[in-house]
Design a protein around this ligand. Structure first.
Ligand code: C5P
Length: 237
């Protein structure tokens, strides 16, 4: 199915990958009300747990819980059951877990957490072609991303996490309702860090992203509020 590339402004999701609760508090205060979404990943969730999720939601924001579940189908389903009381808007699973696991999670999600958008992570944005080859995947990155995305869509997972470099291709081959979420966002001049498949916020918007996940370019900026403003300004232009 072909879909026209949209230039709708994507929402920014702040990746709250910080060393302690105080830093989390500080960065959330600095970025203020201009952010609707906060992504809590392994670093923060394993340290601060459900309490952090509740406090973010109590402050009026939505939480994307990025646990990237990847296990046998039964264990993934049971992990979802353990999260059922948390007010989470999005939750990630690894598409590599395969169709049976994704289908089971999708079915369970509809039943026990109908308001949570399940996302399947395709090829991590920190991996390039060489990294993929080194784990035995011989396909070009784009083919592997498409393969995993198709498994996710077939399993009725609502969204896919990919690098911005695959957005245009995925938009052209996935159903229009599939949400596309992309990390690997680097405003001009920001350090790449460990990310490999990157793009600027405005190019990712033009390529059709629904959500941009941004961490270090905001977290490590001298002035995080200004860094966020610059990104929002770039998207508005
Ligand atoms: O700091 P940076 O902007 O690189 O943060 C990107 C965030 O997105 C991190 O929290 C990382 O765990 C997450 N992520 C990613 N690549 C994926 C899926 C999630 O970088 N494929």
């Amino acid at each position: 199915m072909i879909r026209e590339v949209t230039t709708k402004t994507p929402e920014i999701i702040l990746a709250l990958d910080v060393d302690n609760r105080e830093q989390a508090q500080k960065i959330l205060q600095a970025t203020g009300e201009r952010l609707e979404w906060v992504k809590v990943g392994l670093q923060s969730y394993l340290r601060d747990g459900p309490d952090l999720i509740h406090s973010i939601v109590d402050s009026g924001k939505k939480v994307f819980l990025d646990l990237k579940l990847h296990d046998i189908p039964n264990t993934m389903a049971k992990a979802m059951e353990s999260l059922v009381r948390l007010p989470i808007g999005m939750l990630t699973l690894h598409a590599n877990a395969g169709e049976e696991a994704l289908q089971r999670c999708a079915r369970l999600g509809k039943e026990i957490m109908p308001d949570t958008l399940l996302l399947a992570v395709t090829v991590l944005t920190s991996m390039d072609q060489q990294a993929l080859h080194s784990i035995g995947v011989k396909s070009p990155v784009i083919e592997q991303v498409e393969r995993l995305a198709r498994v996710a869509v077939k399993s009725e997972i609502g969204g896919v996490v990919c690098s911005p470099q695959e957005l245009i291709h995925l938009r052209s081959c996935l159903p229009p309702v599939t949400r596309l979420i992309t990390p690997g966002i680097r405003p001009t001049g920001s350090a790449m860090g460990d990310q490999k498949r990157i793009m600027t916020p405005s190019l990712a918007m033009d390529a059709g992203a629904d959500y941009l996940v941004i961490g270090r370019p905001i977290l490590e900026a001298e002035n995080p509020a200004a860094a966020l403003s610059n990104i929002l300004g770039e998207l508005d232009q």
